[in-house]
Design a protein around this ligand. Structure first.
Ligand SMILES: [Zn+2]
Length: 138
């Protein structure tokens, strides 16, 4: 069964103020990964079956979905965890913020505060990483 994992992170602003935060990650066990992979395989093969009835386009869509099914299923099976979001207090504007993350995001990561648009550096709590180069301002 999938489990939600909360881990402590540190949000650091450009002026080196930092606040604690949490990082939510969904972890999948063996049976979840297999179930998710089979769902995707079934979905893509269903699309391949449905697109048989579309004239001309079926020459591309049917083999495309048929081949994409196992590829996507394999990639899904290899996914052990997915990042959900990070939450905390922005060190610059002191607002409670929630940052949506990409599924494969790794820490440390630079992002921006959704409230004040200040750059934020997300690191694992206690991590004194040397990756402190500021991103280019948008
Ligand atoms: Zn802010």
């Amino acid at each position: 069964m999938a489990s939600i994992d909360l881990s402590a992170i540190t949000l650091t602003g450009k002026d080196s103020n930092s606040t604690p935060g949490t990082l939510q990650t969904t972890r999948f066990d063996q049976s979840d990964r297999l179930k998710r992979a089979l769902q995707r395989l079934g979905f893509f093969w269903l699309l391949a079956g449905i697109t048989i009835f579309i004239p001309l386009a079926h020459f591309v869509l049917v083999p495309g979905f048929f081949i994409a099914g196992p590829v996507i299923a394999y990639m899904t099976y290899q996914t052990h965890w997915v990042r959900n979001h990070a939450a905390g207090v922005c060190p610059t504007c002191q607002q409670e913020i929630q940052l949506s993350l990409d599924a494969r995001d790794q820490l440390p990561k630079w992002t921006y505060c959704p409230t004040c648009n200040a750059p934020l550096h997300l690191t694992e709590a206690g991590d004194t990483s040397t990756d402190t180069a500021a991103p280019n301002t948008p």
